[in-house]
Design a protein around this ligand. Structure first.
Ligand code: S3P
Length: 433
């Protein structure tokens, strides 16, 4: 099993770029597949998760070409042009792919079956299956989990859905099914979640109305192929933002990062801790705001994280917990029970990792209390969770001895090239087979 061994004493510095946004890359391929005409995607994330989506789209009869790194050309088949796949659709580690495909496939005339790796096969799918069933979809899960079997040929009705969990994946799946439903479909979110689906569907010509946590889609006659420029993934930048806060030798600049406000809760959380962060060089990539993020080292103080920020930073908590471990005093995160159903149970797995490097913490049902203090070395099991693995690599910047991180192969699901980039900016990271 692949592992990282990260020696202490690293310091980060310089300018860097991170790979393309995972959420946006998945959506670009799916929407392009059902658009009419050609879509060109640039900055596409060539990580395993998005490659699962790419393979699935091809299995559904869509021609996809990859002429150069990060460039994908999709010849859309139109809303009703997908073909039934041969065999099952394997989503690998990608929860986003599985849940969004559930919405898309529920509306197709053919049957399909979705599976994934061991982690994905444990993750809850009823949160998506339920609202889709109420639209008329015929979907089965096994004890709420994959394999997900979808019977084709269902006539879908638009719904008004009050989401019980703040989940962009659930929202997106319902909106995708809504493209094919009779009448309009409205989703109401209990808290703001990432809005890439709404923004991008508009770019493909769909009528989407989003206001104050309520999103309505009307079934379009067609979607039009377009250009999608994918910004750098804020969730990947997060590791280097935290790295710079806790262990920079000089300012670190991360260029070309997507800074959609539904994604950047981490910046607010770190600012509350006293971090020195600046967004400069603002521009846009299609419908998405982009900026360079400048970070200088700072003394961080423990904070109580406002619960309203939790959905806006949901994928950044592993990195944030490392920042909290390096802060003075106590940090308290609550209202974050969703962390338990990510690629791993990120509350339990991060707590065990913090224990392993000597950081005192208390596990709560919906969060974690962390007492900042000196970090030692130790052996951390990432449980195959890419974000846990990368977070403990960053923690080495403040550790007094080497941190060994087990089971890191899945780093490639979201951040291909992480180890090389981490070394290039100053981490003392070694990969071991
Ligand atoms: C995502 C939504 C979030 C996030 C995931 C990507 C998306 O999941 O954790 O990594 O692309 O819509 P939830 O919808 O389960 O919160």
């Amino acid at each position: 099993m692949a592992r990282f061994v990260v020696a202490p004493g690293g310091q980060v510095a310089g300018r860097l770029r991170v790979p393309g946004d995972k959420s946006i890359s998945h959506r670009a391929l799916m929407f392009a597949a059902i658009a009419s005409g050609r879509t060109r995607v640039t900055g596409f994330l060539e990580g395993e998760d998005c490659l699962s989506t790419l393979r699935a789209v091809a299995q559904l009869g869509v021609t996809v070409q990859r002429p150069s790194p990060g460039e994908v050309i999709v010849d859309g088949v139109g809303l009703h042009g997908l073909r039934g796949p041969q065999g099952v659709l394997d989503m690998g580690n990608a929860g986003t792919a599985m849940r969004l495909f559930m919405g898309l496939l529920a509306a197709q005339p053919f049957d399909s079956e979705l599976v994934g790796d061991a982690s994905l096969m444990r993750r809850p799918m009823e949160r998506v299956a339920k609202p889709l069933r109420s639209m008329g979809a015929r979907i089965e899960t096994v004890d709420g989990r994959p394999p997900v079997r979808i019977r084709g040929g269902a006539a879908l009705q638009g719904i008004h859905y009050d989401m019980p969990v703040a989940s962009a994946q659930v929202k997106s799946a319902v909106l995708l099914a809504g493209l094919y439903a009779q009448g309009e479909t409205t989703v109401v979110e209990p808290a703001v979640t990432r809005d890439h689906t709404e923004r991008m569907l508009q770019g493909f010509g769909a009528e989407v109305l989003a206001r104050g946590g309520t999103v309505t889609v009307r079934p379009p006659a067609r979607l039009e192929g377009t250009e999608v420029a994918v910004p750098g993934d804020f969730s990947s930048a997060a590791f280097f933002i935290v790295a710079a806060c806790i262990g920079a030798r000089e300012p670190v600049v991360i260029e070309g990062v997507g800074v959609n406000p539904t994604r950047t809760g981490l910046l607010e959380m770190l600012a509350l801790m006293g971090a020195d962060l600046r967004l400069v060089n603002h521009r846009t990539a299609g419908a998405e705001p982009v900026a360079d993020i400048e970070v200088r080292p700072a003394r961080l103080r423990g904070v109580r994280v406002p619960e309203r920020l939790v959905p806006l930073a949901i994928d950044e908590f592993p990195a944030f917990f490392v920042a909290a471990a390096c802060a003075e005093g106590e940090t308290l995160v609550t209202g974050a029970e969703e962390l338990r159903v990510k690629e791993s149970d990120r509350i339990a797995v991060m707590a065990r990792g913090l224990d392993a490097v000597g950081v005192r913490n208390e596990v709560l049902p919906d969060g974690l209390r962390i007492e900042g203090g000196p970090l030692g070395g130790g052996v951390v099991d990432s449980h195959g969770d890419h974000r846990v693995a990368m977070s403990f690599a960053i923690a080495s910047l403040r550790a007094s001895a080497a941190i060994q991180i087990r089971d890191v192969a899945n780093v490639a699901t979201s951040f291909p090239g992480f180890a090389d980039l981490a070394r290039a900016v100053g981490l003392k990271l070694h990969e071991r087979p």
